[in-house]
Write a protein that binds this ligand. Structure first.
Ligand code: IVH
Length: 719
């Protein structure tokens, strides 16, 4: 036994006041007790203390461990490490595909979901009623339909495999068929039992979301900032980044949690006949489920529950982006079945993006990698959906001018899911006229070089303003180095923001190629650069020299050469020299870019500074490793090479897709032999559009290019 009392206040003051000699025994006692209770709870199903007391003991241990880091025991339950780091993430195949859901945005959509007799394009539902009647059900007997309304957790979808009650595997959703194996990290999720209690099934694949509580997210970000690391943008990204870590001790140190919302397959136990009872069954095994799930009757009940949940949303301890509505009875679910990649018995309601008002406290001008200067709003901190927003994009000079945004104005800020917050508009007020107008700078805020307008207008219609000092503007150099190190480019993980800044400040790196002149002595001369980190960075730099041509091209940061253009160019020309000598006409042909962009790209490739930098990189060992030529130069445009639905077809992605990132979608298209371009033209075969799709969607409609949603894309890919 261990002494209490177990209240939050008592735990905090004990942990704060304990002296070293006391901690020497208290820490091992806490470790032993926590282990004993964990075993009683998970393995013997005979807990002696309640969850809250356990959590408070755990908290005391955490607090003491942070006060006395040298007393941390390797077997501490706060680590839950167990597994050794793995070399790489390996594929995880789902026995039963993980599906996505159709979306609803209005009450009207929800009503349609139940009664509409006319299937609408792009929606999976032709109306529940129609389908059930066709299946032989009498509407009056089954109505009002019982639905479960659940918070739609803004986390990372994953599947857990329990065999004979033991957690044996875990994988991310991936494309629904194959994800990534994250078993090593799932084992360290604190609210997840490694062993189920009660009568566990022989095997079950449980599905749910991995997420951060907002509190945990903020705590972790504060720690990161204190340690000089970049904070995560939002809880979802943080969760995704964490579960993909190779070293499970990193995930174990972060407060991830899991909540189950469905299952794939279950053997050896007969599950109840309604969804809500199934979830209760999971809970009885110790699997966390959401306490806010509600069973309601009919669409009216659904609409009410969704409104009630919406009202609670801002005060929830985690982020949700909507509500999921599911038919409760499994016999009805079975009759309703599936359409393409989504069940007909469920729908995801998405809350409208959140808008808040705050004061524009200032405008900063950020200089990007290519010299483009972007105004960024500094805001009076404001909470939107649990995340505090202090910055928001202002797009460009024109955006600011048209709305006449001035420091001191009240502005409306919008935050939608993963997207960077943006200022939408200004709220007119009496004080506005008296405030000084915002003036775009005339010289670069970093290097004082006079700014110049760029010849091309961007998607928002505003002219871009650039700092022309490509060679020695420190802001461009820093951004260029960061870009050089990213995963789609040279993939130099040890070269983070802090190091980039230190290298530039110390004058050790004046251009990108200088990176390859660094040595151990120079690196360790930097503050906070230890022997081990320096060796690591040098190893990674060395390894990066072998990057294939397409990745190295991306790394060079040539304007208009993003991942897809770089891939096309490499596939068509194979070697750097062939590309450097290619006529504009051929470049245009293989990439499908317009005349003007092709001529600009040709010019960029001839730029003497770029040529000199390439020559130096080669001298220093960067190989621009040739890739096989797989694009036919003589084909006229990217016409399909077969009647295959994807191979050789040109896709453009726009907007936020419901279940995967655009990068994931792109990888899948490329894997299936398709091409992905950045802009829509007559040669585009498909535009895949998600939420908040912008001008690319408009262009597609104008040109008559077929528009797919994610589900339709997945269907095409699985053909
Ligand atoms: S049920 C076949 N319930 O939302 C339906 N999904 O947009 C299986 N999600 O892929 C999913 N909260 O990752 C379900 N309470 C919830 C959910 C939920 C979040 C995610 C899930 C799914 C995506 C669909």
């Amino acid at each position: 036994m261990i002494d209490g009392p177990w209240t939050p206040a008592a735990v905090v003051s004990r942990a704060a006041e304990l002296r070293l000699e006391q901690a020497l025994t208290r820490i091992p006692d806490l470790v032993a007790e926590l282990k004993r209770h964990s075993a009683l709870y998970h393995t013997h199903d005979a807990p002696e203390i309640d969850d809250r007391t356990y959590d408070l003991m755990y908290r005391e241990l955490e607090l003491l461990e942070s006060r006395f880091p040298r007393l941390v025991q390797s077997d501490s339950p706060t680590h839950r490490v167990g597994d050794a780091p793995i070399a790489e993430l390996v594929p995880f195949t789902h026995d039963v595909p993980m599906l996505s859901l159709a979306n609803a945005f209005t009450d009207e959509d929800l009503r349609d979901f139940e009664v509409s007799f006319h299937p609408r394009d792009g929606r999976v539902s032709g109306g529940l009623r129609l389908v059930l009647e066709r299946a032989g059900f009498v509407w009056e007997d089954v109505a009002p339909i019982a639905y479960v309304v659940e918070p739609k957790l803004d986390g990372l979808a994953c599947e857990l495999i329990y065999e004979d009650g033991v957690l044996v595997g875990a994988g991310t959703r991936g494309d629904g068929l194959v994800g990534e194996d994250i078993t090593h990290n799932a084992r360290s999720i604190r609210n997840l039992p490694r062993t189920l209690h009660g009568d566990a099934p022989k095997r079950i694949s449980l599905r749910g979301e991995i997420l951060f509580s907002l509190e945990g997210f903020h705590r972790m970000n504060a720690d990161r900032v204190a340690a000089g690391d970049k904070p995560f943008e939002n809880p979802r990204n943080a969760a995704a980044g964490t579960v993909r870590q190779l070293d499970p001790s990193l995930a174990a140190a972060r407060p991830l949690m899991f909540m189950a919302h469905s299952f794939g397959a279950c053997e050896g136990v007969e599950l109840p006949a309604t969804h809500h009872e199934q979830l209760e069954q999971f809970a009885s095994w110790g699997i966390p489920i959401n306490p806010l799930n509600r069973v309601v009757n009919g669409v009216d009940g659904v609409i009410e529950a969704i409104a009630a949940l919406g009202a609670q949303r801002a005060s929830l301890p985690y982020e949700i982006d909507g509500a999921v509505v599911k038919v409760d009875r499994l016999d009805l679910q079975a009759a309703l079945g599936f359409v393409t990649r989504a069940p007909r018995w469920a729908v995801a309601y998405k809350y409208p993006p959140e808008l808040v008002r705050t004061t524009l406290a200032g405008v900063d001008y950020q200089v990007g990698r290519t010299g483009v200067v972007t105004p960024v709003a500094r805001l009076e901190p404001v909470r939107v959906g649990g995340v505090t927003v202090t910055n928001a994009t202002l797009h460009n000079d024109e955006f600011v001018r048209v709305r006449d945004l001035r420091v001191g104005d009240t502005v409306i800020v919008k935050r939608a899911g993963d997207v960077i917050p943006r200022v939408e508009d200004r709220v007119p007020d009496d004080g506005h006229d008296a405030r000084p107008a915002t003036v775009f700078p005339t010289v670069c805020p970093e290097c004082q070089t006079p700014l110049t307008p760029m010849e091309v207008s961007d998607e928002d219609g505003g002219k871009k303003i650039v700092c022309p000092n490509r060679l020695s503007c420190p802001a461009q150099l820093r951004a260029g180095l960061r870009h050089f190190a990213t995963r789609p480019a040279m993939d130099i993980e040890g070269l983070g923001d802090k190091l980039v800044e230190a290298l530039v400040d110390a004058g050790l790196v004046r251009k990108v190629s200088d990176l390859f002149t660094l040595d151990h002595a120079r690196l360790t001369s930097l503050e906070r650069m230890g022997d081990k980190s320096a060796t690591n960075v040098l190893e990674q730099l060395e390894r990066s020299k072998a990057r294939p041509l397409d990745k190295a091209l991306v790394a060079l940061g040539i304007r208009d050469v993003g991942e897809s253009t770089a891939r096309d160019l490499s596939r068509a020309f194979g070697t750097l020299d062939a590309l450097l000598n290619a006529p504009a006409e051929r470049i245009k042909k293989v990439t499908g870019i317009g005349d003007w962009v092709a001529s600009q790209l040709r010019k960029a490739l001839d730029d003497e500074h770029l040529r000199a930098e390439i020559a130096r990189l080669r001298e220093l060992g960067v190989a621009f490793t040739p890739v096989p030529i797989t694009l036919d130069l003589n084909a006229t445009g990217p016409a399909p090479v077969s009647d295959h639905p994807v191979r050789g077809r040109v896709f453009v992605l726009t907007g936020t897709l419901p279940t995967m990132s655009r990068d994931e979608a792109k990888e899948k298209i490329l894997a299936a032999g398709g091409l992905v371009k950045d802009s829509v033209s007559k040669k585009t075969h498909y535009v895949v559009a998600g939420e908040e799709a912008g001008s690319k969607l408009t262009k597609a409609v104008e040109l008559g290019v077929p528009v797919l949603d994610e589900a339709q894309l997945m269907a095409l890919l699985s053909d």
